[in-house]
Design a protein around this ligand. Structure first.
Ligand SMILES: Cc1ncc(COP(=O)(O)OP(=O)(O)O)c(N)n1
Ligand SMILES: Cc1nc(C(=O)O)sc1CCOP(=O)(O)O
Ligand SMILES: [Mg+2]
Length: 232
């Protein structure tokens, strides 16, 4: 078994500018590896495979196929919730929420090189992130979404700014992004609130042209980061 000391974790570098989450429920029946590559071609910097309904074998097969499709492109692949799938498919890490396996247990199982992300829903959870062996936090949900059945009430831009401020104060070296309902109309406001990037499902993977949608979002993020800067 891999062993790791979670309390002494040195954060892995992670580029949060455009984080695409690939979910078969939001793919319009199109092949996941092709969608993954199309998104990477458009400038996605981090990719997650999220599958709330897939059986384990399908998930491992899909994760392997996605990994093969984007191999050599420098874009890490994370698996939502499922450490076993991440290990079997040799993905780069996992994303866990507050009700999933703890970051400490995930770190112990995956080792120091894995990228581990954690959902932060409020200021208390941002504060509690201090000392967690994670590499980034993702704050949600900012706006309403149809992509998550058990989504919490949206916190809006003011809520986002408050959670980011708490993270900056209590966990200054933690990179943070934001999720839920983010698209071309509001991405700039998310960055202006202090986020280092955006995490997106439908604005990328429900688009007719996934590469074009990714490119437009990436341009908005880059321009907004240049204008507002990351506060960290
Ligand atoms: C980047 C990113 N942020 C948040 C989530 C949500 O995680 P969680 O709260 O565990 O909910 P599920 O996605 O597991 O339904 C995420 N997956 N990715
Ligand atoms: C996976 C996920 N987590 C959320 C949270 O609030 O924690 S919202 C969400 C889905 C985001 O999809 P879209 O970009 O289509 O709104
Ligand atoms: Mg989860």
């Amino acid at each position: 078994m891999p062993t790791s000391s979670p309390s002494r974790h040195i954060r892995r570098p992670v580029d949060l500018r455009l984080y695409a989450i690939l979910d078969p429920e939001r793919a319009r029946g199109r092949p996941l590896p092709e969608l993954a590559l199309a998104a990477v071609d458009g400038g996605v910097t981090l990719l997650q495979y999220r599958d709330k309904y897939g059986d384990t074998r399908r998930m491992v097969d899909n994760a392997r196929a996605i990994r093969a499709a984007i191999a050599g492109r420098g874009v890490p692949l994370l698996i939502n919730d499922r450490l076993d799938v991440a290990l079997a498919a040799e993905a780069d890490g996992v994303h866990v929420g507050q009700d999933d396996m703890t970051p400490e247990d995930a770190r112990r199982l995956l080792g120091p090189e894995a990228i581990i992300g954690l959902t932060l829903n409020n200021e208390q959870e941002a504060s509690n992130a201090a000392g967690e062996p994670i590499d980034y936090g993702c704050i949600g949900g900012v706006f309403a979404t149809s992509s998550k059945v058990d989504a919490k009430p949206p916190i809006g831009l003011e809520g986002l700014a408050a959670v980011i401020d708490t993270a900056r104060k209590d966990v200054p070296d933690l990179p943070v992004s934001a999720i839920s309902g983010i698209d071309e109309t509001n991405a700039a406001s998310v960055i202006a609130s202090g986020s280092e990037g955006i995490a997106v499902i439908s604005a990328i993977f429900l688009a007719d042209d996934v590469t074009d949608a990714s490119r437009r979002l990436r341009n908005i993020v880059d321009a907004s980061l240049a204008a507002y800067g990351a506060k960290r």
